[in-house]
Design a protein around this ligand. Sequence first.
Ligand code: ADP
Length: 302
Amino acid sequence: MSLVIEQLSKTYANGVQALRDLSLTVPPGLFGLLGPNGAGKSTLMRTIATLQRPDSGKISFRGIDVLSEPARLRAMLGYLPQEFGLYPSMPADAILDHFALLKGVTNAAVRRELVHRLLEQVNLYEVRHNPVSGFSGGMRQRLGIAIALSGNPSLLIVDEPTAGLDPQERNRFLNLLADVGEDVVVILSTHIVEDVRDICSEIAIINGGTVVLHGTPARVLDDVRGRIWRKRVPRKHTQAIQAQYNVLSMRLSAGQSLVHIFSETAPGDGFEPVEPDLEDVYFHRLRAAPGQSRGNAAPATR
Ligand code: ADP
């Protein structure tokens, strides 16, 4: 029932190695694929979705050898890419009807029923007759999910869906994904830790085209437990702290900086131990991983 990815590698024509011997087993449920920009998430998503081929490796899903039988995989796949076009002047229900027909739902009454149910599921039923040109980013993403679900997929891939959504719309969208269904493998790729923190049953952190950590959110926290320390410092001291400690993140709080550092032993100097959160794990892993991708050198501001 799981999606099994084995030793996937991909180097683009320009010499960028986007995937390095990447192996990952993704069980049914909502799986968060977390990584910074350039980590290789989209390359992995597109490869699983059979839109591009790797140089080497193997992908299997429910008895299908995905790379040699792409059509069989596509019949079970729902894919929401980072960017997708919709016919702007068409109303939501007509678009959904169109895609359901393309997915092979030829009986008009069955299709009407399906479109109705999907619009309710993604909370767009009230606006079903409105042209999508007037839809907000979140509404468009929800319609995108309805389209992806219209073929009743057993594998749903959603690539960076929350970019540009406000917090309320982001929550609404993520809850929708969490409710998709127990036996469906749902892969959510994102660079936002908050997206995966509460709703994913498993997560993997990828960086430099390879998996640097994989497990349940609770298990993943064990990676740094007992080694995260925090301290409130005046903003003008942050540079000195950075020079001295392995700073994972800094958050402005009441005019001061709340600094999280990683240290194997108690650093003293006013630092107190703190229960790690997923961001601590994430930033620690990104800094520790070989072949760091761009943008990880500086501690994160959160
Ligand atoms: P992410 O989705 O995590 O941001 P990508 O898979 O888009 O990562 O990119 C991984 C690396 O591969 C990046 O360095 C990116 O610039 C590069 N890359 C992605 N697509 C292409 C392409 N079509 N041609 C060349 N390089 C690419």
